[in-house]
Design a protein around this ligand. Structure first.
Ligand code: ATP
Length: 359
């Protein structure tokens, strides 16, 4: 019997609709390799909808995303016509917080040697093999907007933002990272904080040891974030799983993305294990290149691969990633990666590869 999935698609703004249109057929073809069928449910939320109706994410829309779908795929949000990007905040942060998507999962896997900006480690063994995943806490830290502002605009201005770390939330992100490591055959996990300078981070150390006690087969290590940033550039191959707070995860995952090809390929998942998740390319709406057919759809396609994996279609997810590798090997890429293909051509090439490799 065909497995059916109902997926909400929010193409959004700028290059969002272009990269999503290129990605959906590729996802369908990948899902079909495992006998699964994707039913897309396209939603209009984004800048156009906001400017026309004043609505960002209406309650009924939110309820449907919470209860009526197996996952959400998002293109990009952000539009110069909405200077404060209120709609993007409401939709993206609203979904992250209201659905309690506490894991921000960012794989950093090098899919083609030419994409890595680092030189060879050893000229005798060419080709780097970077493959680590970052687990970023997605619901607290300094991102709750709590704090005070005094004497704003004066020489005495004083800004205070609370950085919040609570044991239940730190515990659950640590556990998610360990569980993923165990399920994916990873043998080392690195927890990063700045507990030598920020006392609140000591909680992470205590809980890392407590949670880690249940995973004796996984090597557990700690790095201060400054040291980790250096080591990630010097020797990225030694890392397998990194777990850290919201702010450090934000920064380190961009560093990680750059090590394996940059914004055009960086995919992310916002997850609450056991529930439908939100999958999105890391890049924004890139208004300067929107409408020109040159946006790279690979980040969206790889976000789709994370969606398939979360739906339990691990084989289809791997096929999709294999198709992206094949596409990179064939050099069918958009101008940001040095190629001459259009957004649509990249999507079609990958879809065709999946259809042919099936037969
Ligand atoms: P935001 O604030 O939403 O992150 P931004 O414009 O600052 O938006 P991005 O939209 O991520 O940042 O893009 C920054 C630049 O990176 C773009 O102007 C574009 O040149 C390039 N870029 C981003 N995504 C892509 C893509 N998918 N394909 C090609 N180039 C891209």
């Amino acid at each position: 019997m065909t497995k059916q999935f109902r997926i909400a698609v929010i193409p959004g703004d700028g290059i969002g609709p272009e990269v999503i249109d290129a990605a959906l057929p590729a996802l369908e073809a990948a899902a079909a390799t495992e006998g699964a069928r994707m039913n897309w449910h396209r939603l209009p939320y984004g800048a156009d909808h906001y400017l026309a109706t004043g609505e960002t994410l209406p309650d009924a829309g939110f309820a449907e995303l919470r209860d009526g779908v197996d996952g959400i795929l998002l293109g990009a949000l952000g539009d110069p016509r909405v200077p404060d990007n209120q709609h993007a905040r409401d939709i993206l942060l609203g979904l992250r917080f209201r659905l309690d998507l506490y894991v921000n999962f960012r794989p950093c896997r090098l899919l083609h040697p030419a994409l890595c900006p680092l030189r060879e480690r050893d000229p005798r063994t060419p080709g780097r093999s970077i493959d680590f995943a970052i687990f970023r806490e997605n619901t607290e830290g300094g991102y709750l907007g709590q704090g005070t502002a005094e004497h704003v605009g004066t020489a005495e201005e004083r800004q205070v933002t609370h950085e919040i770390h609570t044991a239940p939330k730190v515990t659950r992100i640590l556990r998610a990272a360990f569980e993923w490591a165990k399920a994916n055959g990873r043998t080392r996990i690195t927890m990063s904080d700045k507990s030598n300078a920020v006392p609140a981070h000591r909680l992470w150390g205590r809980l890392f040891a407590e949670v880690g006690a249940a995973y004796p087969d996984i090597t557990q290590e700690h790095r201060y974030v400054d040291a980790l940033a250096m080591e990630l550039v010097r020797d990225p191959e030694r890392f397998q799983v990194i777990v850290t707070n919201n702010l450090f995860g934000d920064i380190l995952s961009d560093l990680g993305a750059e090590l394996v090809g940059g914004l055009g390929l960086a995919a992310s998942a916002n997850i609450h294990p056991g529930r439908p998740g939100l999958f999105e390319p890391v890049h924004g709406s890139a208004p300067t290149i929107a409408g020109r057919g040159i946006a790279n759809p690979l980040a969206s396609i790889l976000s789709g691969s994370l969606l398939l994996d979360h739906l339990g279609l691990a084989g289809a997810a791997e096929r999709l990633t294999a198709a992206v590798r094949a596409d990179l090997d064939a050099g069918v890429t958009t101008p940001d990666l040095g190629g001459t293909a259009s957004t649509t051509e990249v999507g079609r090439w990958i879809t065709a590869w999946l259809q042919h490799s099936r037969s």
